[in-house]
Design a protein around this ligand. Structure first.
Ligand code: DAK
Length: 269
């Protein structure tokens, strides 16, 4: 019997590879500058959910892969007038793709190069840490397209950079470069150059991956909640999470390792 023809493996718009405990998630539509199409909106939350439940993964690193930029925003070629109530409802449900980031308890880092526009910038905003190469360019140009950001941009940006700067960027659609993004706190780290971006981001991810996983998840939970809670409620949450961590094997291991003058080995328990 003839061997069956090998199945062709279509490249997916979101690809994952693993470096130890770090999962590198690449947007993979290089010919379209990683514009966010239906496939990305479908796949990205799925991938994030899989990685969230994968015990071997401690940190997720999102990047623009081989494209000339991180992401040029929503796929404009796919945007069409959706007039019926059903179409509008379906469109609103698809918009929830960005919520996939909020369901991840593990740290998520965005490594940004080149264009980071519209929905691409909203994706970066949904991550916990943003590191950019000097060629990165950020903008929310939606009002120029008769839209407003639909994936959290109006809500997340001002929490990071303050309302004045957020409104400036939202109302003008102006592009800012990596140095300005760093100056206003939109990104917290600048890579030396485009070539070293992924290595630097990976090294950062690996450092975080070496820390106690439950503590990392809880500190993320507490810090992200800080934007929404009163000081008293936030401190109550912090105390509860602190108490929970006091009971963990990793906390005991850290104390033991300190006494034995060695690096702790964390099991995430
Ligand atoms: N969509 C589709 N294709 C795009 C694209 C985009 N956003 N951006 C670039 N491309 C494609 C180009 O069409 C071109 O493809 P070919 O023509 O070669 O097939 C290829 O990527 C390379 O782009 P360029 O040739 O234009 O490259 P340049 O270096 O000259 O320019 C650029 C790069 C990023 C300045 C330029 O491509 C550009 O201005 N792109 C559009 C940027 C933009 O306005 N993005 C949209 C932001 S607004 C929604 C929810 C959310 C949103 C919308 C709807 N609903 C729920 C309905 C969010 C909206 C946004 O993200």
């Amino acid at each position: 019997m003839l061997n069956p023809a090998p199945a062709t493996i279509e490249p997916r718009a979101v690809e994952t590879e693993f470096h130890g405990e770090v999962a590198l998630v690449a947007l993979n539509r290089p010919d379209q500058l990683n514009a966010i199409n239906e496939e990305i909106r479908l796949l990205l939350p799925q991938v994030l959910e899989e990685l969230e439940h994968d015990d071997a993964v401690r940190v997720i690193l999102l990047h623009g892969g081989t494209a000339r930029g991180f992401c040029a925003g929503a796929d404009i070629k796919e945007i069409r007038a959706a007039e019926t109530a059903l179409q509008v409802r379906e469109r609103n449900m698809r918009r929830a793709w960005i919520d996939g980031f909020d369901r991840v308890t593990k740290p998520v880092i965005a490594a940004v190069h080149g264009h980071c526009l519209g929905g691409g910038m909203e994706m970066a905003l949904a991550c916990d840490i943003r590191i950019a190469s000097p060629d990165a360019v950020f903008a929310l140009p939606e009002t120029g397209l008769g839209l407003i950001p639909g994936a959290g941009g109006t809500q997340r940006l001002h929490r990071l950079v303050g309302q004045g700067r957020a409104l400036d960027l939202l109302l003008t659609g102006d592009r800012i470069d990596a140095a300005e993004a760093h100056r206003i706190g939109l990104v917290t780290r600048l890579a030396a150059d485009r070539q070293s971006l992924l290595d630097e981001a990976l090294a950062l991810a690996q450092r975080i991956a070496g820390r106690a996983p439950l503590a990392t998840a809880y500190v993320k939970e507490a810090a992200r909640a800080a934007g929404d809670l009163t000081l008293a409620a936030g401190q109550a949450l912090e105390r509860n999470l602190f108490a929970l961590l006091s009971t963990t094997a990793d906390k005991a291991e850290a104390a033991r390792a300190f006494k034995e003058k060695r690096k702790p080995v964390f099991g995430g328990k």
